[in-house]
Each structure stands twice: as structure tokens, then as C-alpha cells.
Write a protein that binds this ligand. Structure first.
Ligand code: G3P
Ligand code: MG
Length: 251
């Protein structure tokens, strides 16, 4: 694995990042969700991206279509055209009927027009880690790094982060972790990550301090209670991912 000599870092974040747009209020990973986040005063949003069978990055969390669309089957076996035919809003509420699964470019265009920023979570379908990381990074590098708030990527998949780094080293990278890995520092350094995105249930004051002292910026997901957000931010978490941005005062 080639190593990187530089570690690009995102612009300063806000204390609140909209999770999958504004997941509590609008169907996740849709333009309607990004619009809702904007209406709530959110500047930075997180969303999940995976590839269609024909290699197009689209906003989607699950490997299968069932939960968040009216389709069935695996995302990895569907073309963009297949996925575009689906309704991605009605499952959430009839008010959102007709909402489509956006492409990465559509989401970025929406955000660019509103001066918003994106944490693009690379969420590979099984076996597509490197392909997804490289494709997403190339797409962002080709069109979106000139935004007022340029995007940064993250993933639970170290392989995807490494592929993003190799495809477009200038894009800031973060590593997501459910557990707090013993070798966190070595992993972050090997991948050239500036940010470390932790499950808020595993975050402690000591862990935040250790990561920050090692030079990393620390984020926490998913925080839907104001008091917990306050504690995390007081410990030095830079931003919390939340489904309900309005619950957390400073955004
Ligand atoms: O990127 C933060 C958070 O979204 C990670 O978990 O499952 O909601 O994508 P998940
Ligand atoms: Mg996510």
C-alpha cells in the first residue's frame, strides 16, 4: 500500500452535522433531506454513497433497496436507470412521494448552490471497497473540490479510504470506527486521515483527548440528545452527526 506524505484536512466544521441529510425529518440520503437540513440552518451534512452496477455513485445507506425505496434486491446489481425509477420518499411519508435516489453529483450541486459542505461517507457494497473509494474520490476531485466548503470523505472500510487516498490524495479523509481500535493511531496515520469519526456510545473524555493530542480532529455519531451533544462538544468533539439538528443549540 503506498503511503501518503501529506494529510489534507477539511475546513473548520460546525458543532452539528446533519446525519443522512436530516434523517429525523425527511427521507435519508435524498435531496429533500438536504433541503430540510438547509431549512434548519445546517451547514455541513453527512450522507452515504455506494455504486450502482454501472459504477455511478448514488446516495444510499443499505446494500439492499427494500428499506428506503419501493424496489427490491441488491443495489450492486441495479443500474442507475433501475435505481432512478424507484421512489425513495414514500416509505418515509406520503409527503415525500416521488423523491428519487440522487447521484453524488446531484447532491453536491445542491449543496454547492447553498454554500453547504459534505462529509461523503463511502459505504461500499460487499467486495466493492476499493472501486467505490476510488470512484467517489475521482468524482469529487474532478468537480467539487473548488466549492466554498470542499467535501471530505470517510468510511468504516480502511480499504475504501486507502483507495480514495490513492485516487485523489488531495481530498481530506476520515476513518469511521464502531469500536475504539487499539491501533487507532497507526491506522489513521497509515491512511493519512485528518478526522476520526466515532460511535458516540464509545466516546470518553480520555479517548477524545488522546486522539486530539495525536493531532486528529474527532467527530461523533449519532447524537440525538442535547445533553449528550453538549458533553461531547465540551470534551473536544468538533461536530456531532444528528438526525435532529434543531435539538442541538449551536449549529
Ligand atoms: O458517518 C457517520 C454515520 O453515518 C455512520 O453510521 O450507519 O449511519 O452510516 P451510518
Ligand atoms: Mg453514514
Amino acid at each position: 500500500m503506498p503511503s501518503t506524505t501529506t494529510t489534507p484536512s477539511p475546513p473548520p466544521l460546525r458543532p452539528v452535522t446533519g446525519h443522512r441529510g436530516a434523517k429525523g425529518h425527511a427521507p435519508e440520503n435524498t435531496i429533500a433531506g438536504l433541503r430540510k437540513a438547509h431549512e434548519l440552518g445546517v451547514v455541513w451534512v453527512e450522507f452515504d454513497v455506494k455504486l450502482t452496477s454501472d459504477g455511478v455513485p448514488v446516495l444510499m445507506h443499505d446494500d439492499t433497496l427494500k428499506r428506503t425505496t419501493d424496489g427490491r434486491g441488491d443495489v450492486a446489481t441495479k443500474t442507475l436507470s433501475d435505481i432512478r425509477a424507484l421512489d425513495a420518499g414514500r416509505w418515509f411519508s406520503p409527503d415525500f412521494a416521488g423523491e428519487r435516489v440522487p447521484t453524488l453529483d446531484e447532491a453536491m450541486e445542491f449543496l454547492a448552490k447553498r454554500g453547504m459542505g459534505a462529509n461523503v461517507e463511502i459505504k461500499p457494497c460487499p467486495g466493492r471497497d476499493a472501486e467505490t473509494g476510488a470512484t467517489v474520490a475521482r468524482a469529487l476531485a474532478a468537480r467539487w473540490m473548488g466549492m466554498a466548503l470542499p467535501p471530505f470523505v470517510s468510511s468504516f472500510s480502511a480499504e475504501a479510504v486507502a483507495a480514495a487516498r490513492d485516487a485523489a490524495p488531495e481530498i481530506p479523509r476520515g476513518l469511521l470506527a464502531e469500536k475504539f481500535p487499539a491501533d487507532w493511531r497507526a491506522q489513521l496515520e497509515a491512511l493519512g486521515c485528518a478526522t476520526f469519526h466515532l460511535d458516540q456510545r464509545r466516546v470518553t473524555d480520555e479517548r477524545v483527548r488522546a486522539a486530539r493530542e495525536a493531532g486528529f480532529r474527532v467527530l461523533a455519531y449519532t447524537v440525538n440528545e442535547a445533553a449528550r451533544a453538549r458533553a461531547l462538544l465540551d470534551w473536544g468533539i468538533e461536530s456531532v452527526f444528528t438526525d435532529y439538528p434543531e435539538r442541538i443549540a449551536a449549529r
